[in-house]
Design a protein around this ligand. Structure first.
Ligand code: DGT
Ligand code: CA
Ligand code: CA
Length: 572
């Protein structure tokens, strides 16, 4: 069972208890537990197998929660949750997503009007039934209808690459307006989170109405959802929504800090301010009524005795303690990358030839690459059998021997089959310069089977790296059920490297697991998995993910020279 699944039980429990009118402290305890479990680098299932004590070492997990976790892991159920679900239909829980409709109101429409689904709620709001409820009225009914429209699009998340492309274009265009001073994206986009719920942009401007008019008329924008003196919310053609905030220059740093988040990071920063007798908000840092900081982010952090913290780390996962002790990592940068060890050509499902990929890699200043086309199981992609693969390697060899300035490895992306064997025999793999093993099929198999497959690959002496370990596709499909603790232990033992696949819909390993791989001493390799020459440009997103994991240059194997890289492979 994956951590996120276990966490889900507690999130659902908290939602239901809220509708049921339970004690807020209890509700908060469950929400905190959900987050702790979600962010845990180790498998909560393995911890549960060790027993109650092991779980109780986790922050915020007491005896009661530990017992519940064990019950969930062992039985796949939580009796308390079952009871509440009997009592409260799922449609009522969904109502909590409607802005302005809290648990009390959701409970009221359910109990007084017998409404159990969002569709019934819409009908009742339109017919006037909702408005006639005690404490509701016409205004509430209208805002419920608006909220119902909104949640059709909300809850949806967007890939970072898409979100950044849009927010960067809009920000650049706003900066062209003479009235605008500074402008910058904030929120999850600035933190380079793998998916973004909405876009946040901050500007300083002498005349905010000019900025808002320009945004309303921007080519990417379709609707203005709300507009005030300093705030505007619009919807883009892509469906994502954008929050614009216009702030005074003297508040710009404080607002940037506040709206960059994460919320969890900000809560700790605010607490530090309180401990120092200060108040911190989006307008500045104040001692009594006097503003002591706010124009720049550096000033804001300095006011709470911290160095500036890079946005990628602002998740309250230990960065504040590191900053306090002057131990913030020197995070990897795109310019540190020397090689790209995962890409395809026309031999399988790539769009460019061997020669074109090599030339494109040289243009991007890469010093070495591996060409890693698919093995035969991937029939959709015209995967290579032993005979075609050997011919393909000969072709690569011909091209590389006529080239200078870049080294090219003859590689293979070899499928780990559903029956836990590899798609190509050992005598072929042995001839490769570089072997990536991956899961493509049977991702829904039970965790034990998945682990058996991954461990078989890791124990094969010819396998160098596990590619996109979970196989997830962001916003589309979850990854395989992996026990990462076991995976990383085995990889460390056998000297197998782990990939951060930089493709924007993969970013796999994710940030939490990449950090965990580092703790296990496993070098990570960031690769593009390019299927065309322009596919080589996504390296940056993999680097962002690595930065969110706190990785430094030395933690990433393909920052080394090819000689050092190959020595690393042999030493393992
Ligand atoms: P997203 O949009 O779901 O990908 O994530 P964010 O982090 O961009 O969240 P968003 O757009 O709701 O808000 C942007 C930032 O504003 C957030 O990271 C922190 C700050 N913020 C928003 N609401 C609150 C709040 O209620 N309390 C605190 N402390 N900060 C907030
Ligand atoms: Ca946001
Ligand atoms: Ca927002």
């Amino acid at each position: 069972m994956q951590n996120s699944e276990v966490a889900r039980y507690f999130e659902d429990l908290a939602d239901l208890l809220e509708i049921d009118g339970a004690n807020p402290f209890r509700i908060r305890a469950y929400r905190n537990a959900a987050r702790t479990i979600e962010d845990l680098p180790a498998s909560v299932e393995s911890l549960a197998a060790e027993g109650r004590e092991a779980l109780m070492e986790l922050p915020g997990i007491g005896e009661d929660l530990a017992k519940k976790i064990i019950v969930i892991v062992e039985t796949g159920r939580l009796p308390q949750l079952d009871e509440l679900q009997e009592k409260i239909p799922s449609g009522v829980v969904e109502m909590l997503r409607i802005p302005g409709l809290g648990p009390k109101k959701a409970a009221a429409v359910f109990r007084e009007l017998n409404i159990e689904t969002l569709d019934q709620l819409r009908a009742a709001a339109e017919s006037g039934e909702v408005a006639s409820l005690k404490g509701f009225g016409n205004k509430t009914a209208e805002s419920i209808l608006k909220g119902l429209d909104q949640i059709e699009t909300s809850g949806r998340r967007f890939l970072l690459a898409d979100a950044m492309a849009e927010v960067d274009e809009i920000t650049a265009d706003l900066l062209e307006i003479p009235a605008v001073g500074q402008a910058q994206p904030a929120g999850s986009c600035r933190r380079r989170k793998e998916t973004c719920g909405d876009l946040d942009v901050l500007v300083t401007a002498a005349d905010s109405s000019k900025v808002m008019d320009a945004l309303a008329g921007h080519r990417l924008v379709t609707d203005v959802l709300a507009r005030g003196d300093t705030k505007q919310r619009v919807r883009l053609k892509s469906g994502i929504e954008l929050d614009l905030r216009v702030v005074p220059e003297e508040s710009y740093g404080a607002a940037l800090q506040y709206f960059t988040g994460s919320k969890e990071h900000n809560i700790v920063i605010r607490r530090r301010a309180q401990e120092r007798g200060l108040k911190i908000n989006e307008y500045g840092v104040f001692r009594d009524d006097e503003r002591i900081a706010g124009a720049t982010e550096e000033d804001v952090y300095a006011a709470v005795d911290l160095p500036w913290i890079t946005p990628e780390l602002r998740e309250n996962r230990g960065e504040i303690e590191l900053a306090e002790n002057d131990k913030l990592p020197q995070l990897i940068e795109l310019a540190d990358i020397r090689g790209d060890l995962h890409m395809h050509t026309t031999a399988t499902d790539g769009a460019a030839s061997i020669r074109e990929m090599i030339d494109a890699a040289k243009e991007r200043k890469l010093k070495y690459i591996a060409i890693t086309d698919h093995s035969k199981r991937v029939t959709m992609a015209n995967g290579l059998d032993a005979k075609r693969l050997r011919k393909h390697w000969k072709d690569i060899d011909k091209v590389r021997s006529s080239l200078s300035g870049i080294d090219v490895l003859c590689g293979i992306e070899c499928d780990i089959l559903e029956d836990a064997t590899l798609d190509l025999p050992d005598d072929v793999l042995q001839e490769a310069d570089w072997v990536i093993a991956v899961l493509h099929y049977g991702l829904n198999q039970p965790g034990e089977k998945i682990m058996q497959r991954l461990l078989t690959a890791i124990r094969n002496p010819h396998v160098d790296m596990i590619g996109h370990p979970s196989g997830r596709l962001l916003t589309r499909r979850p990854g395989a059920e992996i026990d990462y603790e076991t995976l990383f232990k085995a990889a460390a033992d056998h000297g197998v490297l782990m990939e951060i696949n930089a493709h924007p819909s993969r970013l796999d390993l994710d940030d939490v697991y990449a950090a965990s791989a580092k703790r296990h001493g496993i070098p990570v390799v960031i690769n593009t998995d390019a299927h065309s020459t322009s596919g080589l440009d996504v390296m940056q997103y993999g680097v962002y993910q690595a930065r969110r994991a706190g990785l430094e240059k030395k933690d990433v194997a393909n920052t080394r020279t090819l000689k050092q890289f190959q020595r690393l492979l042999r030493s393992h």
